[in-house]
Structures are given as structure tokens and as C-alpha cells.
Design a protein around this ligand. Structure first.
Ligand SMILES: C[S@@+](CC[C@H](N)C(=O)[O-])C[C@H]1O[C@@H](n2cnc3c(N)ncnc32)[C@H](O)[C@@H]1O
Length: 202
């Protein structure tokens, strides 16, 4: 059991271990949150982000998804341990594909796989499941998949908040217009690298 933000999180060998730097995405998301908002987390893994958010603001409606059935099981267990199991709706889904598109969200948040699969050899020591870490197109492939479909699931004035590699910052500038999205801000990690981008649809 380890502490992530304000939550006790347990993982097993099939689950991505939440990193300390990801705590910043919780803080960034909190800046945009208002009471009773509808939140969607994509790729919840251990549930760390969603559980931490609901513990800070208990009247949110959170849906959290992951493609991995093991991750969904683990996230559910962690939500029970943190006494928030009745407040998060966990769904096994490949990004948006099992979601009802008539439901729209105020905020979509995600820490997707973004390590370039092309550099896989350099990351031999990481124990996390490969499909939680690596993405094609120098790490931008899954981010692009999320960008492609996000608008369809966003309310009229909504935000999309993503963790990414510092190598991706300029790529956002190139693709966002194409998806009718706009960059609000890119924020840095504790080492000063661009690692989190807030996007809006209005
Ligand atoms: C970097 S981990 C982040 C986990 C957790 N949100 C965190 O920050 O600790 C990425 C997560 O995305 C999930 N994932 C990968 N591809 C996916 C897809 N196509 N649809 C949904 N989830 C996916 C993985 O199973 C993994 O749990």
C-alpha cells in the first residue's frame, strides 16, 4: 500500500504504479473543478487520480475507464479501501468505445501511455505492464486517439487535461486546431519539463 496524493493505493504486477509526478494532474484538475461536475477519467489504472479527486470534492460525478480488466478490478478495490466506491462508476472500455455518447462531461482527464515504443529498449527496467507505458508515433498515438474523440464527449464548455512527455508539447500546437480544440496552458513538472496540457473546446 502506498500513498498517492491523499489516497491509499494498492497495486499488483498487472497494474501501472502511480508516479509522484502524476499528483500534479490532480492539483491542475482541481483548479477547473466546480461542485457537481461530470468528470471522465480515461485509463484509470489503480484508480489513483479519480479516487484522489473525489476525496477532495465529494459531490462530483466521476466515471473512470480502463481497457484492462485487471486495472478496473484494482481501481474498484482501491475505491472501497478509500471509502469512495459508491461515488465512482468504473467501466472497462477502450478509451471512449463503451461510453454512452449521449452523456457529456465537464472535464476529461487522462495520464495515457506516452513513452515512445520506438525507444522501448531504454525502458527495460520498468516493471509496469507494457500497454500502460508505450505508444506508437513516438508516444503520441494514444494521445491522438483521445484528442480525436474527446469533443464528442465534452459539454459545451469543457476541458481536457492530459499528462504527456515534454517532447509532445509542440505536437499539441500542430493537431489541436484540426480537432477544433484549443490549448489553455501547458504546465511543468518539478524539473521544469512541460508535462501537462489543459485543452478546451470553446
Ligand atoms: C500511464 S497508465 C496511468 C494509470 C493511472 N491513471 C495513473 O496515473 O497512475 C495508463 C493506463 O491507461 C490504460 N490504457 C492503455 N490503453 C488504453 C486504451 N486504449 N483504453 C483505455 N485505457 C487504456 C492502461 O491500462 C493504464 O492503466
Amino acid at each position: 500500500m502506498s500513498l498517492f496524493y491523499n489516497s491509499n493505493i494498492e497495486i499488483n504486477e498487472k497494474i501501472f504504479e502511480p508516479r509522484e509526478e502524476t499528483e500534479k494532474i490532480v492539483d491542475i484538475t482541481l483548479k477547473y473543478l466546480k461542485d457537481k461536475m461530470d468528470i471522465l477519467e480515461l485509463g484509470t489504472g489503480s484508480g489513483a487520480i479519480s479516487i484522489s479527486l473525489i476525496k477532495r470534492m465529494s459531490n462530483l460525478n466521476i466515471t473512470a475507464t480502463d481497457k484492462s480488466v485487471e486495472a478496473i478490478k484494482c481501481a474498484r478495490k482501491n475505491s472501497v479501501k478509500n471509502n469512495v466506491n459508491e461515488k465512482i462508476n468504473f467501466i472497462k472500455s477502450d478509451w471512449f468505445n463503451k461510453l454512452d455518447s449521449s452523456l457529456k462531461y465537464d472535464i476529461i482527464v487522462s495520464n495515457p501511455p506516452y513513452i515512445p515504443i520506438e525507444n522501448k529498449k531504454l525502458y527495460k527496467d520498468l516493471r509496469d505492464p507494457k500497454n500502460s507505458l508505450f505508444a506508437k508515433d513516438y508516444g503520441f498515438f494514444e494521445i491522438k486517439n483521445i484528442l480525436k474523440q474527446s469533443s464528442e464527449f465534452m459539454k459545451k464548455k469543457a476541458f481536457l487535461i492530459l499528462e504527456h512527455s515534454h517532447h509532445h508539447t509542440l505536437q499539441f500546437d500542430h493537431v489541436l486546431k484540426y480537432y477544433k480544440l484549443k490549448k489553455v496552458i501547458t504546465e511543468q513538472d518539478i524539473y521544469g519539463y512541460d508535462r501537462f496540457t489543459v485543452i478546451k473546446n470553446f
